[in-house]
Ligand binder design. Structure first.
Ligand code: ADE
Length: 408
């Protein structure tokens, strides 16, 4: 790949492209980079590159002519090398927002030319005549496009084969695409009283990968819900966690099982409602009340199942054959994060073969559950209820109970 930067500060750009990882890759000819001085292409005696804006206003505007001539020179050089016509990008605060997807797209061109504006801007006519696209690296205004062009060059060049040789495996791992990075640690094991997470010292790479994956997902969910939602949609849970030996589901039948189910139900609903319901409502979530509710549900066609790990109850789920609804999906606090919830949801869905597209409901505040349901093929269909503190005595914050339907 060849990258050209058209700028008033070619030395600045060149020194960045000569340092560190990019510098080493450039020396090995893994890419070609050229930085061009706009001033060299001026035709006026003073080598002036800019002028006052028509219509008035503060700041100066770069002339179209030297930029156009410089771009023509780059086009000629590319043609002489037998390259394709370069893809021309203007860096401006008014451009399209830049992201990794754009970096990957630009990385596929044989030649990309980055044009840096300065002062107040660039004469629009040269952008119209030569620009294939305009890019902004963020919602803030820089004094010039140099830093922006280097951000683009860096993120595009690191994707060129061989530039990050040692990171190949990481790059190829599409699983990480679109998630924020997991936290990293290096020696010493304890620094100023802070220890490295013990799992990283186990040498068990399956466990370490699982921990890193969970960290990435949690970070992304909390810090960038927008990215997380996209990721959930593009990464369906095609492979469910495997059932382990000693794990099974049993229909709630005996008195003791109804007690266990009631306890789980009380604990589970408390966890879901803790942040959105009043203390008055939370106080009603006793095992006794929950048992009554479950028995009432049974009269209305519900069946409940308990999940056992080595004969210890750690999850429950309910299905209603009449309505094709799944509910009461709870996992004990100690057993969360082991995939029990997704296994029970899959189990419940298969218990309802007469309902190929069952439904369930979930509070819109429960983004963790929403994300899991999304990845398992459930999509929002409507609103079951609205909890408004002004209207419902039990509601502490405004939230909605969404209906999701299984879409496969
Ligand atoms: N030039 C000035 N501000 C910029 C930005 N945010 N992105 C790209 N180029 C710029």
């Amino acid at each position: 790949m060849r990258i050209d930067i058209v700028t008033l500060f070619p030395e600045l750009c060149d020194s960045f492209l000569s340092a560190s990882i990019l510098g080493r890759a450039r020396a090995k000819n893994l890419f070609e980079a050229h930085c061009h001085q706009i001033r060299d292409y001026t035709t006026n005696k003073q080598k002036q590159t800019d002028d006052y804006p028509y219509g008035g206003g503060c700041g100066m505007v770069l002339y179209a002519q030297p930029i156009a001539d410089c771009l023509r020179a780059v086009q000629r050089q590319c043609a002489e090398q037998g390259r394709e016509k370069p893809h021309v990008v203007f860096l401006t605060a008014a451009g399209q927002p830049y992201n990794e997807e754009t970096a990957k797209r630009l990385a596929r061109y044989d030649a990309v030319t980055l044009v840096c504006g300065h002062y107040e801007g660039i004469d629009q006519r040269v952008i119209d005549a030569f620009g294939d696209e305009e890019i902004s690296i963020g919602d803030y205004v820089l004094t010039g496009g140099e830093l922006a062009s280097l951000v683009v060059a860096d993120s595009v060049l690191r994707l060129q084969p061989g530039v990050l040789a040692e990171e190949k495996g990481y790059q190829d791992e599409s699983y990480w695409d679109g998630l924020l990075e997991y936290p990293q640690y290096t020696r010493p094991e304890v620094w100023e009283g802070r220890a490295v997470p013990p799992v990283l010292l186990t040498g068990d790479h399956q466990k370490i990968d699982a921990w890193r994956g969970a960290q990435s997902r949690t970070r992304t969910r909390l810090r960038r819900p927008d990215l997380y939602e996209q990721w959930c949609d593009t990464h369906p849970l095609t492979e469910l966690p495997k059932w382990k030996r000693g794990e099974n589901m049993r229909l709630v039948k005996t008195d003791d099982q109804w007690d266990q189910a009631a306890r789980l139900f009380a604990e589970g609903r408390y966890a879901v409602c803790e942040k959105v319901s009043t203390a008055l409502y939370l106080d009603t979530l006793t095992p006794e009340n929950c048992r009554k509710e479950l028995l009432q549900d049974r009269e209305n066609g519900w069946a409940f199942y308990l999940h056992y790990t080595k004969n210890v109850v750690d999850g429950m789920v309910g299905v209603c054959h009449k309505t094709g609804r799944i509910s009461h999906l709870f996992v004990t606090a100690e057993s969360r994060g082991r995939g029990i919830g997704s296994k029970m949801l899959d189990f419940a869905r298969k218990k309802l073969p007469e309902h190929p597209n069952p439904t369930l409901t979930v509070l819109d505040t429960n983004i963790r559950a929403l994300a899991l349901y999304r990845r398992m093929g459930w999509r929002p269909e409507g609103v079951e209820a609205v909890y408004d503190p002004q209207k419902q005595p039990g509601a502490a914050v405004f939230c909605r109970e969404l209906i999701l339907r299984y879409q496969g």
